[in-house]
Design a protein around this ligand. Structure first.
Ligand code: HPA
Ligand code: ZN
Length: 320
């Protein structure tokens, strides 16, 4: 099957760790997990909400210890993304989640970057790396990690904000985003996944983000929707994720097509594909069967994804 060229703009690299790779890395690194086999691990992938997912997501990271582990995870993702029609990927990783486990920053960054460096040649997928900061940890820690990334010249194109949203509003990270902006980095943030529409407004006005990750709760506020349409703010929506984390009841109830029809600049992405039931193609196929996504709508989603990327104009043109 031929695919439209898509840009994957909302993907957590650690969320691509498939159960098979978790078990393989556990064996390789002699890490004891509370699961006997892949089936037992897979059975744990039933979530009530964002936090119940995050608990497993962080726990499974225990198997990531060496440069090779990070490189293997990255290579496995790129190979799979290429088969999904992804031609460009802006990949988030969570440096703090590894630092708190005692894994040095250079192990994480060098492991990932070593594979990204050849991804265009190896897989036909261009890439950018985004350091995502954990909003349920202190801003001072995030500032310190950002400074360390910048000091060592880590190949990051931007920063993001993720982890437990409710009770951790964007405004807590104003200094972090100001510093990243001064450093010339792109700015994105999760907002309006479980948190209220006001977090979307604050991500735009207080943090100055260029893209909103998720943003589905914006639909609770008509004035905000009108603004998002007028400004054509990119929103990276992840349907299988929203259903898996029960932000939306079923795929048939998912608002993404309504968002598209209301003129919002939405595109579809996979978030944590190993945990939520699939990659970019799986998300699109699921929307096709549950919401009757048309070929025309699929094309709009593909074009929006490329236009909402941080690619230079010439590479964008190649993909449009
Ligand atoms: N939401 C918030 N933080 C995250 C997610 C998510 O879906 N995945 C990894 N970190
Ligand atoms: Zn996400």
């Amino acid at each position: 099957m031929t695919h439209l060229p898509f840009a994957e703009l909302h993907l957590h690299l650690e969320g691509t760790l498939e159960p098979e790779l978790v078990m393989e890395l556990a064996r390789r690194n002699d890490v004891t997990l509370p699961y006997r086999d892949v089936e037992e691990l897979r059975a744990a992938y039933a979530f009530r909400d964002l936090q119940s997912f995050l608990d497993l997501y962080y726990a499974n990271m225990a198997v990531l210890r060496t440069r090779q582990d990070f490189a293997d995870m990255t290579a496995a993702y790129l190979a799979r993304a290429a088969t999904a029609g992804v031609r460009h990927a802006e990949i988030m990783f969570d440096p703090q989640a590894h630092l708190v486990r005692g894994v040095p920053l250079e192990v994480v960054v060098e492991g990932i970057a070593s594979v990204l460096a050849t991804s265009e040649d190896d897989h036909g997928v261009s890439t950018l790396l985004i350091a995502a900061f954990l909003r349920d940890r202190p801003e001072d820690e995030a500032l310190d990690v950002l400074d360390r990334l910048l000091a060592r010249g880590a190949p990051i194109a931007g920063i993001g904000l993720d982890s437990a949203e409710v009770g951790n509003p964007p405004a807590r990270f104003a200094r972090l985003f100001a510093r990243a902006r001064e450093a010339g980095l792109h700015l994105v943030a999760h907002a309006g996944e479980e948190g209220p529409a006001s977090y979307v407004t604050d991500a735009l006005d207080v943090l100055g983000v260029e893209r909103i990750d998720h943003g589905i709760r914006s639909l609770d506020d008509d004035a905000l929707v009108a603004r998002l349409v007028a400004e054509q703010v990119p929103m990276t929506v992840c349907p299988l994720s929203n259903v898996a984390l029960r932000a939306v009841d079923t795929l048939a109830d998912h608002p993404v097509v309504e968002m598209l029809e209301r003129g919002l600049n939405v595109s579809v992405h996979s978030d944590d594909p190993a945990y939520f039931g699939g990659y970019l193609d799986d998300n699109l196929d699921a929307l096709g069967s549950s919401l009757g996504l048309t070929r025309e709508q699929r094309i709009r989603l593909a074009e929006n994804s490329v236009r909402s990327s941080f690619l230079p104009a010439d590479r964008r043109e190649e993909l449009l």
